[in-house]
Design a protein around this ligand. Sequence first.
Ligand SMILES: C[S@@+](CC[C@H](N)C(=O)[O-])C[C@H]1O[C@@H](n2cnc3c(N)ncnc32)[C@H](O)[C@@H]1O
Length: 198
Amino acid sequence: MSVDWNERYRTGDTPWEKGEHHPGLPFLLSTHQNLVESSRSILVPGCGFGHDAHLIGEAVDGDILGLDLADEPIRQAGERSRREKTSWVVGDLFEWEGEYDLVFEHTCFCAIPVDRREDYVTAMASLIPGGGHLLGIFFLNPDHEGEEGPPFGVTVEELHKFFGSEFELAWSQPPALTFDSRAGDGRELCMLWRRKDH
Ligand SMILES: C[S@@+](CC[C@H](N)C(=O)[O-])C[C@H]1O[C@@H](n2cnc3c(N)ncnc32)[C@H](O)[C@@H]1O
């Protein structure tokens, strides 16, 4: 069953929303400081209220686009944003066009239907030119108790299978910090994927 994201935001059914950026993001940005700072255009798909994009905006000088299907979080992100070079747009990542040096992924891949994962990789491959990067905090194991996703879990092997056709892995490590609700071994993995030149 497909998710009505606008309805989820309207009714406050947003367990992913923590009111802040991912706690591991500052470490991730400093670990990849040169890469992040040299990125002239950055896309944050499925950005929600934009906490991660806001923090990235404090670390870089380039253009940032926060993209989400749902209009309410995008409206609120825009209201809070004081950064000229960040834009907030309601749109579907599967239909989005553009060229980005860097895409930051966090709880978007796990939110899309499992049967669209290849489409997600195709979309990212078309948005990131050869040599560009996708930096992600992947939610591997949502640890549901009998409930269905989203979020939908994924294994590291599956991530390699999906992304490996268009990207090569440059770096990966569990996040240095995370939300209490996601604490535990093997639940999240940070990965830096470099778009192949082909
Ligand atoms: C689980 S939420 C995560 C939001 C944000 N990344 C965070 O961590 O707070 C997933 C987000 O992806 C958005 N989304 C789902 N499918 C999308 C699509 N095809 N294009 C753009 N955004 C999408 C939803 O509206 C939702 O805001």
